[in-house]
Structure formats: structure tokens, C-alpha cells
Design a binder for this molecule. Sequence first.
Ligand code: ZN
Length: 87
Amino acid sequence: MRKIYYHKDSKRGLKRTYERLVEEVNELGEALTKNKKTSAEEFADVLAWLASLANITKVNLEDAALKKYNYKCPKCGKLKCECTFEN
Ligand SMILES: [Zn+2]
């Protein structure tokens, strides 16, 4: 995503990129609730905009995800979460 879109993402800026992410999350929600067959594409769009937002804020998304969720629940530490609360 950085190679494809960073030059555009950095010009668009944080606020407008965040707004695009929210729009895509809403579209994913609509696709899921209406059982559209295109929901896989909506997941890809959400991931792409999340990656764009991470890039312009200098967050390495892969490192962040692995640091927090490295094959275990960050709360209980188990591979298969055993937390009793809903999350
Ligand atoms: Zn857990």
C-alpha cells in the first residue's frame, strides 16, 4: 500500500484518510448486513484504508499487530482466548 498510494495518502492527510476508512467500514457493514456477495472486496478496501492511515502516521501495521496479537490473546495470553468477558 505504501508503494502504491503513499504519495497520494500523504497529500490527502490524516483527517480525510480517516474519513475514507470510516466510509469503507460503513460499506463493509452494509455488505455484511445485506449479505452482498462482494463483502470480500469490502474487507480488502477496509484493510487498504487502514494500511494507508498507518502509513501516513508512520505506524508499521504488521509490527503493531504482531506485537499485540502474536498468536495469543493479549489479555489472557492463550492461543485460544479463554477470557470470560465479551469483546
Ligand atoms: Zn483472552
